[in-house]
Design a protein around this ligand. Structure first.
Ligand code: PMP
Length: 410
């Protein structure tokens, strides 16, 4: 079991922070996570001790930055069991997913080809493919979800056919928090000649992920959802696929040479995708976040969050005023509404009690339509949340009556 009390000491935001006069309870971790001191230190280390560009200079400080920058690439590769040349740094999961849709999708999709996705996807894993479909005259088809909103292998098999060239789905969805059996999905997709783009924004921060074991073709995630800085994300791609993919940015650092006739020779992956000066401090911070999470253990993190989730669901199920949409989620995400109260109004009430939750459509508009509601509240735990915080959250849920929620506005 995790030593959560000790872990919390590592996070400045968890030490005495108040909101609305209450001890802050932050359960909006699916949106972004807090940063431990070691990550903050890694970011300031860059500005304090290095502060020069990477991949540019021929002096000692520049070499040092290059080494630390490339060490992070190696650390990411180790974290997901990939090769360092398969790790592309981007600004976040959205940028990574767009890069695949633009650089691979627009190049290789043709009229009539099919992109297979589902209604539970985040906008960042569906809109780039809608655009790709529009431009290449390919089409998007949606895998039917089961009654709970889960993507099952059975339904995936039914949706799969020889016309499918791309499967774009999240390993863990950001509203319902269901885990998709990606290994089986990839096997079936490959048997039909399709590639799989796995959105790992909500999985990598919470569980061990091994790209070789799963055999996905591309994978995307963000640093800020896993204790790392904002402005840094990763695109993993199998090396041959990355080599076939076009960058959507050209410029300094991504080419080996170019001439007056317009001939451009790009570098090999991953460098051909990394034009311009990157968020160097964020890369160094991501390395610290990976070290931090690895020291705690991804299995342990996953097990702890599942325990928190089960504990909370057990108590919430007993409250008459709460509608739960994902009782059986596989991680720490709880999506719910307070009966007869609009989600944003209840979230405002939670705010007055010092509890940070997210309300709205969570960038998954197709799904909410299916759930038959305009908006939901999402509470999402991370390994630094405590049972006591969950108890307090349940208490506030219990007290979320129409009178209390609406009183906030008067
Ligand atoms: N995919 C999923 C499943 C997400 O939850 C998110 C973040 N909400 C993203 C993609 C996009 O991540 P970012 O905003 O960091 O680019």
């Amino acid at each position: 079991m995790l030593n959560v009390e000790a872990i919390r000491k590592d996070f400045p935001m968890l030490n005495g922070k108040k909101m609305q006069g209450h001890d802050l309870i932050y359960i909006d971790n699916a949106a972004t996570t807090f940063k431990p001191q070691c990550v903050i230190d890694a970011v300031t280390h860059y500005y304090t001790d290095l502060s020069v560009n990477c991949h540019r200079g021929d002096y000692e400080l520049s070499y040092q930055v290059d080494t630390e920058y490339e060490n992070c690439r190696k650390a990411v590769a180790k974290f997901i069991n990939a090769d360092a040349r398969e790790i592309v740094f981007t600004s976040g999961a959205s940028a990574s997913l767009n890069l695949v849709a633009y650089g691979w999708g627009r190049k290789y999709m043709k009229e009539g080809d099919v992109i297979l996705s589902c209604e539970a996807e985040h906008a960042s894993n569906i809109l780039p493919w809608m655009k790709c479909a529009e431009e290449t005259k390919s089409v998007i088809e949606y895998i039917e979800l089961d009654e709970e909103g889960r993507l099952t292998v059975e339904n995936f098999k039914k949706a799969m056919h020889e016309g499918v060239k791309v499967v774009a789905i999240a390993q863990v969805t950001n509203v319902l928090g269901f885990e998709v059996p990606m290994k089986e999905i990839c096997k079936i997709a490959h048997e039909h000649g399709a590639i799989v783009i796995m959105d790992a924004a909500q999985s990598i921060p919470h569980m061990p992920v091994d790209v070789r074991e799963i055999d996905c073709d591309f994978l995307a995630f963000s640093g800020h959802k896993m204790c790392g800085p904002t402005g840094i994300g990763v695109l993993y791609g199998k090396f041959d696929l990355l080599q076939m993919t076009d960058p959507f940015m050209l410029g300094g650092g991504n080419n080996a040479r170019f001439d007056l006739c317009g001939n451009i020779l790009l570098k090999d992956a991953p460098y051909k995708f990394e034009s311009g000066t990157p968020a160097i401090e964020a890369v160094l911070g991501l390395n610290a976040a990976i070290d931090y999470l690895s020291a705690i253990g991804m299995e342990e993190i996953h097990a702890y969050e599942k325990m928190l989730h089960e504990y909370a669901i057990d108590k919430l199920s007993k409250l008459d005023n709460i509608i739960l949409y994902n009782k059986h989620a596989d991680g720490g995400i709880i999506t719910f509404n307070v009966k007869d109260i609009f989600a944003q109004d209840s979230a405002t009430y939670f705010n007055t009690q010092g509890i940070a939750v997210r309300a709205g459509q969570h960038c998954a508009k197709l799904l909410l339509h299916r759930l038959g509601t305009g908006a939901t509240i999402r509470a999402s735990f991370y390994f630094y949340n405590t049972i006591e915080e969950v108890d307090r959250f349940i208490e506030v849920c219990r007290s979320a009556t129409i009178e209390n929620c609406l009183n906030v506005f008067f």
